[in-house]
Design a protein around this ligand. Structure first.
Ligand code: AQP
Length: 331
């Protein structure tokens, strides 16, 4: 059985892009893979986090993931900082990765913007820690959203360079599982910007804990343009907000964009937004209700994470100890 590793940053409440690009796919993969799911709090720290909020968000995301269908009895769910293998292999990979490779990472450029000098070194080396997250488990499959494609390629480059530098065949190649037809879900306020947990505007995203009324309001207020929806996909050209809403609808129903347009093309946004709200509420309503219930018992959430960390350590420890032996650490 192939081993899957994937992570999510506890930087806020999971949003619709996290759900459609990652979490929904994780739930399905549990059927025929050995899965390790991680709340990557060390990655979250690459951007300033209020300590109490980080703890709270880690528990909150645990509740969301359990509510969405992650099964911690059959698979592993834990937070990254509780397993030292990540930091240890991350350091080795910092010494394997080349600066030129990191300089090409578009996510760093996007997040740092023009103010590069004032960002943490952690944000810059984020991709080598991500490579360590995966390789510490000898995971071969990594489900991620479309935005993580470049980081995954780098994880393979780092693993292969380690193998080459030390003359071993130790780290396997990793395959990204990017859901078919998956698109980047964009902000509801600006169709050219990715939907994000940490966007300052809560109106820009649907959160997994939103009530039906909040979902309805955010979709009603979602930016659109004055034209009706087109009947063909070509008509979405240069209409990023319209494209985004149609993409979300298609992802929720499993239809293609042309199929959605065949139904709604020619109509204004009013009826389409109402239909979209109905779909969102049907999909996310039960997740939000279960999340609220689980948040009532933080002790249970903590015990799920602690048990997951012990099991994750048992898998990663021999792999990382062997990498440490290969590089020449004295024990
Ligand atoms: N907008 C998106 N569309 C599709 N997939 C997305 N993912 C995130 N946003 C979108 C996928 O969700 C998984 C977990 O993401 P993450 O929390 O590790 O980091 P992120 O991509 O930086 O997500 P956010 O919400 O934008 O977090 P912040 O605001 O903290 O930077 C990944 O598989 C990602 O592809």
């Amino acid at each position: 059985m192939q081993r899957v590793f994937s992570g999510i940053q506890p930087t806020g409440v999971p949003q619709l892009g996290n759900y459609l690009g990652a979490i929904r796919n994780w739930v399905v993969l549990q059927q025929d893979h050995e899965c390790i799911f991680c709340l990557v709090d060390m990655h979250a720290l690459t951007v300033w986090q209020d300590p109490d909020s980080l703890r709270q968000q880690t528990l909150g995301q645990t509740a969301c993931l359990l509510a969405a269908g992650i099964d911690p009895a059959r698979h592993i769910l834990y937070n990254q900082s509780a397993v030292s293998a990540h930091a240890r292999l991350g350091w080795i990979f910092n010494c394997v990765v080349r600066l030129g490779w990191l300089n090409r990472m578009t996510q760093f450029k996007d997040k740092a913007g023009k103010d590069r000098e004032n960002h943490s070194a952690g944000l810059y080396v984020y991709p080598s820690l991500m490579a360590a997250d995966i390789h510490a488990f000898h995971a071969t499959r990594v489900p991620v959203g479309d935005d993580q494609r470049q980081h995954l390629e780098l994880a393979n480059d780092i693993g292969q360079k380690f193998n080459h530098d030390y003359g071993v065949a130790f780290f396997p190649m990793v395959e990204g599982l990017i859901p078919p037809g998956s698109a980047r879900i964009m902000s509801l306020r600006d169709g050219t910007k990715k939907m994000s947990k940490s966007d300052p505007s809560a109106q820009s995203r649907i959160e997994l804990t939103d009530t039906p009324d909040e979902i309805a309001l955010k979709i009603r207020r979602a930016k659109t343009d004055p034209e009706p929806l087109p009947s063909e996909e070509a008509g979405l050209e240069n209409r990023p907000e319209a494209r985004n809403l149609v993409t979300i609808y298609a992802a929720l129903t499993g239809e293609t964009v042309p199929e959605v347009l065949a139904r709604f093309g020619g109509e204004g946004f009013g009826p389409f937004k109402a239909a979209l709200t109905e779909r969102l509420v049907a999909e996310l309503g039960p997740v939000a209700a279960e999340t609220r219930r689980l948040l009532g018992d933080p002790g249970h959430l903590l015990s799920v994470l602690r048990d997951g960390a012990a099991r994750a350590s048992a898998v990663a420890e021999p792999i990382v100890a062997e990498a440490e032996r290969i590089v020449g650490y004295l024990r």
